[in-house]
Design a protein. Structure first.
Length: 143
């Protein structure tokens, strides 16, 4: 699938594809509600010393009202789960990437994986399996 050519093209696709999309910071941050307490963020970053624009994918776990700390992935309810996607060969959440590497399949795969992750964590919590396993907080998902 061809990558998005511009931030506007990515935004337009997200608006058309995801009914739970919201814009923040004058449109520089787009958020997608993946589950009731799970939000995927896509932030436009100013071009650095190289080709741009760049985007940041990040994940928020918790009430939507706490979205202000979207860039601080290790603070509060923010969850750094890039390694969760590594074994799938997908782009890690929390990773800064050139926009040309983002396509519709990437966004779709990330949202699907987050939905799966949320479902699994909720099931484990309800079953009382809240003890971390030996391979890290998401080791049970890497099989």
């Amino acid at each position: 699938m061809e990558s998005f050519a511009s931030w506007a093209e990515l935004r337009d696709w997200l608006v058309a594809s995801h009914e739970r999309l919201a814009e923040h910071d004058g449109g520089a941050l787009l958020t997608l509600r993946v589950a009731p307490d799970v939000t995927l963020g896509v932030r436009r970053l100013e071009p650095g010393a190289g080709a741009g624009p760049w985007v940041l994918l990040c994940v928020k776990i918790g009430p939507v009202a706490r979205l202000r700390a979207f860039d601080a992935l290790t603070a509060g309810f923010d969850l750094p789960i890039g390694h969760f996607f590594e074994h799938r060969g997908a782009i890690g959440v929390g990773q800064t990437l050139p926009l040309r590497r983002i396509d519709a399949a990437t966004v779709t795969e990330v949202t699907a994986a987050l939905t799966e992750l949320t479902r699994d964590l909720r099931a484990r919590f309800l079953a009382g399996a809240d003890e971390p396993d030996d391979t890290g907080p998401f080791g049970h998902l890497a099989e």
